[in-house]
Design a protein around this ligand. Sequence first.
Ligand SMILES: Cc1cc2nc3c(=O)[nH]c(=O)nc-3n(C[C@H](O)[C@H](O)[C@H](O)COP(=O)(O)OP(=O)(O)OC[C@H]3O[C@@H](n4cnc5c(N)ncnc54)[C@H](O)[C@@H]3O)c2cc1C
Length: 300
Amino acid sequence: MKPAGFDYAVPRTVPETLDALADTARDIKVLAGGQSLILEMHLQRIQPDLVVDINRVTELDRLSVNDGTVEVGALIRHGAFESPQAVPGPLGTLFSRAVVNIAHPPIRVRGTMVGSLAWAHPASEWCAIATALDADILLQGPDGTRQVPASDWFRGPLRTARRPGELITSVRFPLLGADSGVGFIEHRRTHFCFAQVAVAAALTVRGRVIDEARIGLVNCADRPVRAHAAAQALTGADVGSLGTDHRLPDGHPFLRAGRIAAEQDAAPLAEPYADLEYRRHAIAVLVGRTLRQAAEGVPQ
Ligand SMILES: Cc1cc2nc3c(=O)[nH]c(=O)nc-3n(C[C@H](O)[C@H](O)[C@H](O)COP(=O)(O)OP(=O)(O)OC[C@H]3O[C@@H](n4cnc5c(N)ncnc54)[C@H](O)[C@@H]3O)c2cc1C
């Protein structure tokens, strides 16, 4: 199919973009990487009156590190994070482990992190990482600027707290301290499918005791999940010896956290090829493995 007809605007600055978005009586869509929007327009599931292409708004093509945070502008592509050095410290490692799971290289060259947060697909890797790490979404719109914590941003599948006429200008993440270890593991049916389940984790361990755990679940509910109950159960737990065996010993805190995440934090929906029992099992196993990967990355 081909898209239905639409008007097209190509602003050069943020104020010009806001002007183009101002007529809230029309169905207006921002075009960033186009890797979700154009597909939906071709299928005619989305038929905007006006497409506002932000690709020439150079001020949105910025990645900056300030005061313990990294701010990712709305035109920074997924592929920018394939190098762990793109962002300082363990956060760069986490991003680089996650990003290779997003689609395939041509999509990562065009698609943007902010576009993923705007699209809010429950199987998006960035949405779960933003939720787990308490990122802030920064917006400009008719009422000025505002920022929304990721915990309040996602309202359901493809639904967010964005208001009509607003442009997301960037997303801001707290950097992770050098004493943190990170993990990201994804399970999917074939290489190019969306995640059936994926888990992001950041752990701070002092000695052998867990100081703080942050766990994000991908495609485990109708929106990204921060696994608070599992993380709480881990605080103060003794990681013990992880050994070299692939399996964690029975009763290990990471296995317990996996079961808690699957039973209390996640609210998975059954999907073709993955009933609820399978999905809860996959969540429990992946959370345990991802926590182990994170603990192994904590500097000794
Ligand atoms: C085959 C295929 C496989 C994929 N696999 C994955 C995957 O495994 N994981 C994953 O996370 N994604 C996947 N994607 C989606 C991809 O990551 C998209 O790039 C992403 O969802 C949207 O980013 P975009 O920059 O392309 O946004 P666009 O497609 O340009 O826009 C998407 C939506 O967000 C809005 N939007 C974008 N930017 C802004 C902004 N700055 N302010 C306000 N609204 C905005 C648009 O109006 C539109 O509604 C896949 C896509 C395809 C085609």
